[in-house]
Every structure is written in structure tokens, then in C-alpha cells.
Design a protein around this ligand. Structure first.
Ligand code: R5P
Length: 279
């Protein structure tokens, strides 16, 4: 049976449809004081549950913990967290801070496996108390594009592996934007190796949150006379006015997956998840 968190209803339905598995009609409700309660319909004891629940916020994390509890009668629980919120705080950046990724991972108990997709740092998986895997959605994302030999750019060095994988799928070359200090108050940002003048460029990152990183990248590439700039990302967090920030900078298209369900989530990771569960 496929059991969805409220933020993964479309993806869970797609997985159920593709696999032919039953889809639980989970109910989600709020008490007057704001507390959340989920209800998973009665199921046979022997059944296996696949919980699909992205956790972009506190509410969805609490829901996920309740879904696991509600499924405790199942013989096996596989947990899919397509987008795992709090995973970016994977260490203490300042003294006294919580390691949020560790805190939330350790709260997940009594599941047989955890599957994530393009976790910002896959070292986070070590905090789960079961088998884990981190899937890469860049090949599925690349399948959407039919640009001829584009330049695939990571907005910073941290995303270069993603850009390389994406470029190898699509048949383009890859690079990242490098910040160079020219003098005390002058910084130059440009692709480390590629000349992108008159080239079609795709910028790829794991997450777009406020859109700040991508907006800066778009502006730089436009200044350097790229013929077109498109954006691809795995996790469309799109905080505040991120979408407007990007389109108002002149980006041609934004393509993302359904790890989070937005109007721009055109690429489904359902098959990627299903294949990984089967294997
Ligand atoms: C950070 O290292 C991530 O890879 C993304 O670049 C970051 O989360 C994007 O955030 P924002 O959209 O707020 O600039």
C-alpha cells in the first residue's frame, strides 16, 4: 500500500498508478489548537507500506512521524522522503546551534528503509537507524531538455557533480561559476573554464529556495551574452517570491521535479523511486 504525506499526494498517486499498488486515502486534520492528526484507513496486518512524504516544513515532519506510527501494524515499512527539509543544517555552523538534520533523522524510528533524493549532503543518511539510499534525479531531469550541446552550469562549486552528471546525460559540457576577488572591493563571477557567449545555458542546482543563488547566476550569464538561460533543479522549495525573482531576471524556463508539488514540477521521480524499490 502507498501511504502519502499531505505534501506528496501527487507523487504518491503516480507511484501507486505505475506500480498497481493500492493507494491509501489518508486523512489529515488540524485540531482547534493547531495540532495535526493523520489517519490511515484500516489495512490487513500483513501488508507492506511505502510511505511517500516530503517534509518541507515542521507540519509535514510531524505528519510523517504520525504516518509511521499509524502504519506500525504493517509487516514492513519503506519510507521515501523525496525532499527532506532540515537536511541543509547538517553541521553546527555556529557554536550552540542544533544539528537539525541529525535531530530530525533520529526521530525516525521503526522503519525498514529510508530513500531520499539528491540530499544536499548524503552524509545525513548515517543518522537513520536502518538501510538507506540517496537517489539521483539528474538523469530524469535531463530527459526533459532537447537543447543541442548546451553549457550546463552549476551556480557554485558545490553543485558541480550534479552539473557534470546532467551534462553527460544531455550531451553538453559542464562548468561552475567561480567567484574571484580582483581587489579589495571588486569581485568577478564567471564560468571557471567555459566561454558562454552565444551559447544556450542550463543552470542546475539541487534546491531553489529564495531564488537568490539562481538570480545572481542568471544576471551574470546574461551579462556575458549567453543566447538563452534555462534553469533546472531537483527540489523546488520556491520560498516567497522566488519564481517571480527568476522570471523577472529573464530566465526562459524553469524545470523541476515533483519531489515538491508546484506548477513547475513537470518531471516526475515516480519511476526513479519505483525502480529503486523493486531492486
Ligand atoms: C545550497 O548550497 C544549495 O545547493 C542551493 O544553492 C541553495 O539552497 C539555494 O538557495 P537560494 O535559492 O535561497 O539561493
Amino acid at each position: 500500500m502507498i501511504v502519502a504525506g499531505s505534501r506528496s499526494q501527487v507523487l504518491a498517486s503516480r507511484i501507486a498508478k505505475e506500480s498497481g499498488e493500492k493507494l491509501a486515502c489518508v486523512e489529515y486534520k488540524n485540531f482547534p489548537d493547531g495540532e495535526r492528526l493523520v489517519k490511515v484507513p484500516e489495512i490487513k496486518r500483513s501488508e507492506k507500506a511505502t510511505i511517500v512524504a516530503s517534509t518541507p516544513d515542521d507540519k509535514s515532519w510531524i505528519e510523517l512521524l504520525q504516518l509511521i506510527d499509524a502504519c506500525s501494524n504493517f509487516s514492513k515499512i519503506d519510507l521515501i522522503i523525496p525532499y527532506m527539509g532540515y537536511s541543509r543544517q547538517d553541521k553546527r555552523f555556529e557554536k550552540g546551534e542544533a544539528i537539525s538534520a541529525r535531530a530530525v533523522s533520529k526521530s525516525v524510528r521503526n522503519v525498514d528503509s529510508v530513500t531520499t533524493i539528491n540530499l544536499h549532503e548524503d552524509s545525513v543518511l548515517k543518522w537513520f537507524d536502518c538501510n538507506t539510499q540517496n537517489l539521483d534525479a539528474s538523469p530524469v531531469l535531463a530527459s526533459y531538455f532537447n537543447s543541442v550541446s548546451p553549457a550546463v552550469l552549476a551556480p557554485d562549486e558545490g553543485a558541480i557533480e550534479l552539473a557534470e552528471k546532467f551534462a553527460s546525460e544531455i550531451g553538453g559540457d559542464s562548468d561552475y561559476l567561480e567567484k574571484k576577488r580582483l581587489s579589495g572591493d571588486k569581485i568577478e563571477i564567471k564560468p571557471k573554464f567555459l566561454d558562454i557567449e552565444n551559447r544556450d545555458v542550463i543552470i542546475i542546482d539541487d534546491i531553489i529556495s529564495t531564488g537568490g543563488t539562481m538570480s545572481e547566476a542568471i544576471e551574470i550569464l546574461k551579462d556575458q551574452e549567453a543566447s538563452s538561460v534555462k534553469i533546472a533543479c531537483v527540489h523546488p522549495v520556491f520560498a516567497n517570491n522566488a519564481i517571480l525573482r527568476l522570471f523577472s531576471r529573464g530566465v526562459e524556463n524553469i524545470v523541476t521535479t515533483d519531489t515538491l508539488e508546484t506548477a513547475l514540477s513537470k518531471i516526475s521521480v515516480a519511476s526513479l523511486i519505483l525502480n529503486s524499490i523493486k531492486s
